[in-house]
Design a protein around this ligand. Sequence first.
Ligand SMILES: CC/C=C\C/C=C\C/C=C\C/C=C\C/C=C\C/C=C\CCC(=O)SCCNC(=O)CCNC(=O)[C@H](O)C(C)(C)COP(=O)(O)OP(=O)(O)OC[C@H]1O[C@@H](n2cnc3c(N)ncnc32)[C@H](O)[C@@H]1OP(=O)(O)O
Ligand SMILES: Cc1cc2nc3c(=O)[nH]c(=O)nc-3n(C[C@H](O)[C@H](O)[C@H](O)COP(=O)(O)OP(=O)(O)OC[C@H]3O[C@@H](n4cnc5c(N)ncnc54)[C@H](O)[C@@H]3O)c2cc1C
Length: 672
Amino acid sequence: MPLNKEIQPGDNDELTRERLQATFDTQQMAAALWGSDLARKRRELAKKVDKLTVLHDSKDMSFMTREEKLSENARKVVQMFAHVADIVEDPSDDAEMFHLSSNAIGHEGHPFGVHFVMFIPALKAQADDEQREKWLMPALGLQLIGTYAQTELGHGTNLRALETMATFDKATDEFVIHTPTVTALKWWPGSLGKSSNHAVVSANLIIDGKSYGHHNFMVQIRDENTHKPLKGITVGDIGPKMAYNASDNGFLGFDHHRIPRRNMLMRHAKVDKNGVYTKPPHAKIGYSAMVHVRSVMIGHQGMFLGSASTIAIRYSLVRRQGEIKEGSGEVKILDYQTQQHRLFPQLARAYVFMFAGKEVRELYQKVLSDMEKGETTLLADLHALTSGLKSVVTHLCVAGMEQCRMACGGHGYSRASGIPEIWGVAVGGCTYEGENMVMLLQLARYLMKAVKETKKGKSLGRLVDYLLLPQDRHSLIGRVPQGEYGPHLAAFEHIARRQIFKVADELTKLQDKGMSKEIAWQKKAVELQRAARLHTRFYLAACFHRKVQSVVDGRIREALADLYHLHLNYELLDMVNYALEDAYLKADQVDFIREDMYRLLETIRPNAISLVDAFEFSDRELRSVLGRRDGHVYENLYKWAKESELNRADVLPYFDKYLKPMMLAARQRSNI
Ligand SMILES: CC/C=C\C/C=C\C/C=C\C/C=C\C/C=C\C/C=C\CCC(=O)SCCNC(=O)CCNC(=O)[C@H](O)C(C)(C)COP(=O)(O)OP(=O)(O)OC[C@H]1O[C@@H](n2cnc3c(N)ncnc32)[C@H](O)[C@@H]1OP(=O)(O)O
Ligand SMILES: Cc1cc2nc3c(=O)[nH]c(=O)nc-3n(C[C@H](O)[C@H](O)[C@H](O)COP(=O)(O)OP(=O)(O)OC[C@H]3O[C@@H](n4cnc5c(N)ncnc54)[C@H](O)[C@@H]3O)c2cc1C
């Protein structure tokens, strides 16, 4: 019985031979990746989507205009909800719904994108019971379409500078929502431009001339029946983007638009009819929808990198180019060491990002249930962790996907590969939900506070306990038996701790010389974001370790351990300068790490296809000609190209309009 459950009759023989080499069962590996329950649900829902033709793309999205894309995905999302009860076990399970949407719709966006990922989480966390009844139930029941309108044309990062105003009018018990300047226009919210009829709007709360900072308000923006903007509201689409073009990211302006007082989300902060303001239990509790998205992004980004790795690795087993030994025939490009070195570390990252995504969701759920009881102690830890992971994971995913694209040569540049689209969506993640550099500095703030606590002999939280441990002067890598690669993990810890303390000391020195805290921070900002990155990379490595240790099945643990060890070697080499600065690592140890990495590339090679098959992306979900499960790439590339709109006629009008007259004129001139 083959251990790779993907083998099917009619497959490309090359891939079948590869799949027969697997040392583990792919479905068991899928269970380790997704969790056994979700893996089973994904498999079942993919089969159901395959049978439901109303959910299939009417043509490849690459050949559509933006309006066609919006219309196509609106059609599919409506069909998806119409059939949801027959496809998924629990429509209230975000993870299951995300995978359904990934199969049926893809990642280019649809009218309910922000509705589910931000609008509903904002209502769940910030609306009081009466408000939940009024908006959350209809939102879950698809009676309205919502978005999250926070960013403005002039400000996205610095939320304290948002200009939209919500002025309380005691006489009418209403808020007056107003856009005072062009820079105050809401700008970017997903599905705002043409699809949504409601928005959670961030605006400065003003009572009796005093500003209480920005709060969230429910605003109906379009008529439920005609879909026309309501009086006092201007709304539209902001235009095409790098990718994500089936989403109508929009702009929104208010001209003294009135809403009832009870439209301010009042689970935590409140305003009564006399204009008396009650503070929330935590100043940043209103930021919870952002923390929610950051926490889901980690696993999703891992999945994007997993998709790109699947495409590039499968294709690298079909593509033959050049000979290693003269006269012995062309080899599969995955047999080149450089190709393995390009791709396997990306595969390992995809795995660990998915594991980290699972851990961080568990912490988010805990914090959410604490918040429900007014308990906010873990919010700062969660904010720090999600800020760092969001930034490091999106950055590495995009870099990794670019390696996957280049590893596919020319065909990687074609949209038929599927990589340009996923890359375009993933790269947006470096910016949305908090620009990466800004979020790294948020984590750095937390780390600097942690150093202060450490100096008092205390720990700020579980994530920074390691700061209390003493620094070793020299690494044991290559000096003791490898075992479970403990010295490698210790090196990550050492590098992070050293950078964190180093920059904290530098900040103190600058302040001791009389520099203000803020200016000192600016002088050390690059070093601070480095500390945040190193801390996060240590967290990721430790997370991989926890996962490998938790696996019971020996064959799965062994295959995962190979990936984990590769990850440790590759990432350490990527940041080796930090370990050389204080001679923690010696040159011979760096060589040892390199040689061990090359050994692991060879060890992983026979399992490569099964490690990507274990993601269990269906062909429909992958939307890639190069990454097809059956490996029949070339004939399908030709078929795909023939679908190009340019091939609808042998001669297109621009030839007769421009090129032909020019050539005729040129010929006439040369005849003269
Ligand atoms: C049908 C389908 C069904 C289901 C689908 C399911 C799932 C689909 C999932 C995914 C879809 C995939 C892709 C999605 C595609 C598109 C994108 C979607 C959404 C993107 C939306 C957005 O981008 S919304 C806008 C986001 N904006 C930001 O992130 C702004 C960033 N800026 C900030 O967060 C803040 O301004 C700041 C943090 C930078 C600074 O804030 P502020 O000035 O207020 O604070 P200070 O810096 O002064 O810090 C003061 C202290 O507060 C602490 N702090 C800050 N933030 C938080 C927080 N969030 N929580 C806790 N504590 C916080 C800070 O650390 C300081 O603490 P001190 O102790 O140091 O004082
Ligand atoms: C695809 C996409 C979807 C989006 N969806 C939504 C949505 O649904 N709702 C919504 O409200 N918004 C949405 N946004 C907006 C998004 O959240 C913001 O673009 C993002 O938060 C970054 O803010 P900004 O554009 O103001 O960047 P800026 O803050 O202007 O960043 C520009 C540069 O300045 C630097 N910078 C800024 N501040 C600092 C600082 N304090 N320290 C150091 N460097 C700094 C940044 O690092 C960056 O290099 C979306 C954006 C995109 C791209």
